[in-house]
Design a protein around this ligand. Structure first.
Ligand code: GAP
Length: 496
């Protein structure tokens, strides 16, 4: 990961937010190339969901419409959705160091006869644990202890626990719920009455507009509403680069259907969504689908068919996997809750079911856009000692931020005008780079590191016979093609 993070900064994909002030934990800025990459993934999702949605089980395209709702909504939204009451992580504080830990991230070494049980962060390696046991004057033999998650221990036992950053037991407090929503105020007066929240998921904006969309467009159940946008969570431990951040982007689609068809649609969307991630470049071997255990299910998914996640093998989860997208059966939880809290009728009168009136069920494919960007970068990162850069990014042509680079061999009069002309033509159709400075090896290296699939070099032969060299990123193979065939060549390659 260290190498990936450093390449992302060096080449302008992702920077720490407020970098010149030392950054801000959990916040990231997308640089020139990161923005292009994120837009490519975003646009492909939008195309697959809204512009050309898939063919449904009945052979006709399914109906999905788009939405762009406000980040700040009436705060009652989050009471109805369950976020004000329940969107929290249990935290324990250390009275001595004032540090705060997520209860489920701490592991305790328990031993029946001992009166001191050291606690560690769950990611602490065994050799670090042994070092600490030695420092605490305890036997450095892990077989004498049992590793127990702090959530499993009764409060009475907390008196024996030595917190991760102290030497004596008894400093950890009882767990307290910590709400993950960012608060703000609307208007000039800051009071409980003007308190509002930055949305922790884009989904609720869709539920709030269910009726507006039904009344204003020609959709009929089953149909979907799709939205891409920012979400904010005051994560206790943001980590693993952009994987878990406090400000991130989601791509969510709420699929409204009759409850009796929920299973069919959940299976349908699970398959569609797994195919999407493969189509944008994630390899089969790095993706798994995992059903949630009953104790992991979100409140809205407890009653129904549950949630299945599409998970990706990130370098920091390897050999395990980390969540990329969840496909949840939210039942009729949200629309029912908003009906109760708002007093507005949200039931649907279904003409294709003898005017049955019901609250539709929801199947929700909810993906992280920024987390998807991380998966694309991790997948693309390829070490190759046989090239000057030592590494290249193996993006699919469709996801690559730049589709091609135009490189005049010599930055002098003869090659530059031809290269510039080609650049001006190509940029009408593709994001391309015109790179004039430095020797050609360095320029290839730069393009390899930013994942540009094709480089076109203009040299003396171009002047003599109107051909250019094409260099293919992965194989580094070179061939000559006619200058006037370059656009057609690229068009063909972009179809992959
Ligand atoms: N509307 C349902 C929902 O929000 P979620 O599993 O909490 O479900 C959906 O979030 C997706 O959003 C996740 O699969 C993940 O890709 C992304 N996501 C969630 N929290 C995130 C965070 N703190 N940083 C980056 N991405 C996050």
């Amino acid at each position: 990961m260290k190498d990936i993070v450093s390449l992302c900064k060096r080449r302008g994909f992702i920077f720490p937010a407020s970098d010149i002030y030392g950054g801000l934990n959990g916040f990231w800025d997308y640089g020139p190339l990161g923005t292009e990459l994120k837009n490519n993934l975003r646009d492909r999702w939008w195309k697959d969901m809204v512009t050309t949605p898939p063919i449904g089980p009945d052979g006709a395209p399914v109906q999905i419409v788009g939405l762009d709702s406000s980040i700040i909504q009436n705060p009652k939204t989050w009471v109805a959705s369950g976020h004000v009451g329940g969107f929290s992580d249990p935290m324990v504080d250390c009275k001595e160091t004032k540090k705060r830990y997520r209860q489920d991230h701490l592991v305790v070494l328990t031993a029946e006869k001992a009166d001191r049980w050291p606690a560690f962060h769950e990611e602490t390696e065994d050799d670090e644990i042994l070092k600490r046991l030695k420092k605490l004057g305890m036997p450095s033999d892990l077989s004498l202890f049992e590793k127990t998650n702090l959530t499993k221990l009764p409060i009475e036992d907390y008196a024996k626990i030595i917190g991760p950053d102290v030497k004596e037991p008894g400093t950890l407090t009882e767990p307290k719920e910590f709400n993950l929503m960012f608060e703000t105020y609307t208007g000039a007066i800051q009071s409980e009455d003007s308190k509002a929240y930055l949305r922790p998921e884009t989904a609720q904006g869709i539920f709030l507009n269910f009726k507006n969309v039904l009344d204003s467009s020609r959709v009929k159940v089953p149909f979907g509403i799709a939205q891409i946008g920012k979400a904010f969570r005051n994560e206790v431990t943001p980590r693993n680069f952009i994987f878990r951040s406090r400000e991130f982007e989601q791509m969510e689609m709420e699929w409204f259907c009759h409850g009796g068809e929920a299973k069919m649609w959940q299976d349908f969307w699970l398959e569609e969504r797994a195919n999407f991630w493969k189509a944008v470049g994630l390899s089969d071997g790095n993706i798994i689908i995992r059903g949630h255990d009953a104790d992991e299910l979100a409140h809205y998914a407890k009653e129904g068919l549950g949630t299945s996640d599409i998970e990706y093998k990130f370098p920091f989860t390897d050999p395990g996997y980390g969540e990329l997208e969840g496909i949840a059966h939210r039942c009729d939880f949200d629309l029912k809750a908003h009906e109760e809290h708002s007093g507005q009728k949200l039931a649907y009168l279904d003409p294709s079911r003898d005017n049955e009136r019901y609250i539709p069920h929801v199947i929700e494919p909810a993906a992280g856009l920024t987390r998807g960007v991380l998966a694309l970068i991790c997948e693309a990162y390829t070490v190759d000692e046989n090239r000057p850069s030592g590494v290249y990014l193996n993006f699919t042509p469709a996801m690559a931020p730049k589709k091609a680079a135009i490189l005049p061999l010599i930055g002098k009069d003869e090659h530059v005008p031809i290269a510039t002309k080609l650049y001006l033509e190509l940029r009408e159709e593709f994001p391309v780079d015109l790179d004039i400075k430095q020797n050609i090896g360095k320029r290839y290296a730069r393009q390899d590191e930013i994942g540009t699939p094709y480089c076109f070099t203009i040299d003396n032969d171009t002047i003599a016979d109107g051909t250019v060299t094409v260099r293919e990123r992965n194989t580094m193979a070179q061939e000559r093609i006619s200058l006037d065939k370059v656009a057609e060549y690229l068009r063909e390659k972009m179809k992959v």
